[in-house]
Design a protein around this ligand. Structure first.
Ligand SMILES: [Ca+2]
Ligand SMILES: [Ca+2]
Length: 208
């Protein structure tokens, strides 16, 4: 039963991070009467928008160079969704969300922690979104890491002496505790003879 609760706690926390790069698309549908579609790509996890590329004007094979979008709090089994839009704003002040047409979408299952995927995904949608010829493709690169493995509390530190370390599986509630006593200086001399003897007490009270 304890193992089950620990697994459930990790599931809720979601300690994976992903660096997502949306690099390019090709074969996008033309949804403008004048010129061509003005594509940008928006990134979703669990139906929530987590970032987007810049708009490339009048270009059905755009390349984006915004760099990577970092998403935290992900869980194994999460899916990253990419939606490609044609920006139809006539003026910069107009709402982008209300002045756009879909150019299709695609999904990528989250790679495992430490893994990297670099793929051309097929963009799917109705004929008005993706056209009825060769399907469009989207070039993405996704790299996943586990935040638990890189967090400061578990980073080995050669200079610090770890007095007490309670592993996650030993503590109810999935907590990990590191107590470090680094150094003391300028201690007041409270001995008549010689100097003070630094003393330390570390006590942990665990309330179940
Ligand atoms: Ca349009
Ligand atoms: Ca256009």
């Amino acid at each position: 039963m304890e193992g089950t609760s620990v697994a459930a706690a990790e599931d809720v926390l979601g300690n994976l991070s992903a660096d997502v790069k949306i690099l390019a698309a090709k074969g996008l549908n033309n949804r403008d009467w004048l010129g061509k579609s003005d594509p940008y790509c928006e990134l979703f996890v669990g139906g929530v928008s987590r970032g987007q590329t810049e708009v490339r004007w009048n270009n059905l094979s755009p390349q984006w160079d915004k760099g990577s979008i970092t998403i935290r709090g992900l869980r194994p089994g999460d899916e990253v969704e990419f939606k490609v839009w044609d920006d139809d704003r006539l003026l910069p002040g107009m709402s982008q969300e209300r002045n756009r047409e879909s150019l299709g979408s695609c999904k990528l299952p989250l790679p495992a922690a430490g893994e990297k995927k670099d793929e051309w995904l097929q963009v799917e949608g109705a004929a008005e979104e993706v056209g009825d010829g060769e399907p469009p493709h989207l070039h993405v690169a996704v790299e996943v890491r586990s935040d638990a493995a890189t967090g400061p509390m578990t980073e080995p530190n050669a200079d610090a002496k770890t007095i007490a370390k309670l592993a996650a599986e030993d503590v109810p509630g999935n907590l990990s505790v590191d107590v470090k006593i680094l150094a003391a200086k300028g201690l007041k001399n409270r001995d008549w003879m010689g100097k003070s003897d630094p003393w330390r007490i570390v006590s942990c009270l665990l309330v179940a």
